[in-house]
Design a protein around this ligand. Structure first.
Ligand code: PLP
Length: 379
């Protein structure tokens, strides 16, 4: 059989992720691979750590790009901090909160959950009430930017409640990082992970991760060893810094880290706050356009997540057929609804490099064309 060269199609990625990757990031990844213990690579890791601290707004020594998708960084935080019998509170307002709760249960933790309607933020008043009326928790976890529903929760307020209750916080910032305000140190967040494929506009496969000293201390004070060798923070910390600096742990994904370096350089060039402002401004253009088309956005205005807009599918439109039409005729990808919103909602991402007025015009034009005639009827 002849081998066939790979030719992926050109797409406009406007779903929940991956988002479009900046061309200079793809170019950076094509640079020659070097050894992961090469002095030049070690220098790159140092630079990357500094860049990650800047984008997370933290001075945490334990700051790195974990070699994994974001889900594994989520699991890494959970398995390092929780052991059998520990008490955890997980806030659930979408798919990723459910994942957090399930991972915590699998560690043998006693997990309480607080559920909120899909499309709504985590309500700090409910969290405060729960924290006051129950035995102390070791960990409180939530998702700042619920990509499954388009809701943005108030991490600053939730972090304060968590600290006041003497617990550690674990925050999913996968779609928040470099898209909406996030201040790890000023807000006092403890375990914070993200992904590269959302607002950072690098390819998927790496997970920026930062952990406070007090959370690391809690991990060190465990009674049982962390069950996962690969995810054990004490070993990972030795690879990314600390006394046994660069002790071999695993082979870092060298070229992906080149890409992340370039992606973070682009964030720095634009300015983090300017980038937050761009996401806010451009997503309002999308919201205005949807309103003109009489399409309803699911979360209330004050709880909307700029990088991800969830809208109700208009009556009579075939969800799957419409999205297939968008992909085949406009090469445009948007996301389906999940969980309670499956079949009822679409998700439009405006992330990083893809968060532009041009992208807004493109998706609005395509929606208007499709909804005004043939596609809705054909479905
Ligand atoms: C995308 C996403 C994840 C999972 O990221 P993967 O890289 O697919 O593992 C986790 N949490 C949130 C909020 C996300 O948007």
């Amino acid at each position: 059989m002849n081998s066939i060269a790979l030719r992926p199609p050109q797409r406009f990625l406007m779903g929940p992720g991956p988002g479009p990757v900046a061309p200079s990031v793809l170019e950076a990844q094509a640079a020659p691979t070097i050894g992961h213990l090469d002095p030049a690579f070690i220098e790159l890791m140092d630079t990357l750590q500094g860049q990650l601290r800047d984008v997370f707004r933290t001075r945490n020594a334990f700051t790195m790009a974990f070699s994994s998708p974001a889900t594994a960084a989520m699991e890494a935080c959970i398995v390092n901090v929780l052991e059998p019998g520990d008490r955890a509170l997980v806030c659930i307002n979408g798919v990723f909160g459910m994942r957090l709760a399930e991972m915590a249960r699998r560690c043998g933790a006693e997990v309480d959950t607080l559920s909120f309607d899909w499309g709504r933020a985590v309500d700090p008043a409910k969290v405060a009430e729960q924290l006051q009326s129950h035995k102390p928790y070791k960990l409180v976890a939530w998702v700042q930017a619920e990509t499954s529903t388009g809701a943005l929760s108030d991490s600053q307020t939730l972090a304060k409640l968590t600290r006041d209750a003497g617990a550690l916080s674990l925050v999913d910032t996968v779609t928040a990082l470099a898209g909406v305000p996030l201040e790890v140190d000023a807000w006092g967040l403890d375990m914070v992970y993200s992904g590269t494929q959302k607002c950072l506009s690098a390819p998927p496969g790496l997970a920026p991760l930062t952990v406070s000293d007090r959370a690391l201390e809690a991990c060190r004070n465990r009674k049982t060893p962390v069950q996962s060798w690969f995810m054990d923070f004490s070993l990972l910390g030795g690879y990314w810094g600390g006394e046994q600096r660069r002790a071999y742990h695993h082979t870092a994904p060298v070229n992906n880290l080149y890409g992340l370096h370039e992606a973070l350089r682009l964030v720095q060039d634009e300015g983090l706050e300017a980038r937050w402002a761009r996401h806010s401004r451009v997503s309002k253009l999308l919201a205005d356009g949807l309103q003109r088309l009489n399409i309803e956005i699911v979360p209330p205005v004050a709880e909307r997540l700029p990088p991800l807009t969830t809208l109700r599918i208009p009556e009579g439109v075939d969800d799957a057929a419409f999205r297939k039409w968008l992909l085949t005729t406009h090469s445009l990808e948007i996301g389906a609804g999940l969980g309670a919103l499956a079949g009822k909602a679409w998700r439009i991402g405006l992330m990083g490099h893809g968060c532009t007025e041009e992208a807004v015009q493109r998706v609005l034009g395509a929606l208007e064309e499709g909804l005004s005639g043939s596609v809705a009827v054909a479905a």
